[in-house]
Design a protein. Sequence first.
Length: 166
Amino acid sequence: MNTSSKPRVLVLGAGFGGLELTSLLSETFGAGIDVTLIDKSDGFVFGFSKLDVMFGHKTADQVRLPYSNYAKPGVRLLRQTVTAIDPERRRVTTDAGVHESDFLVVALGADYDFDATPGLAGANEFYTVAGAERLRDVLPTFTRGGRWSGFAARPTNARRRPANAR
């Protein structure tokens, strides 16, 4: 039960969505709202930075961005692991306790289950920081072989010329 007159907003996940929302709430409502942001980590790595790790240009620590550098005033940042979510009661259980809210936002992002995809278990990947670090150590051993890539959007024809080109 909320004994405070301030609305309580509980945001799960400090990725782009969670950080952006809590920043907006802090800037818009200031001290008139109680905002709590929960994430299992104390920082994140921007996706493209994993390429720097994979190619050995930077270490994981060099590309890691601590959440404390980005959390806005009035946002309570908790490093906890979510173990249960009760959306009807807007209640969340973590490894450190139970949190109740008036508004619950779930922005936990995505994690791959590599073992769930046939043939992907044990494959090299750079979606995770650990995968990028493993590839950093594996890439120098490549001497020959094939490779494949996936595209998230329809590729364009690089040979196509604009209609007005001669």
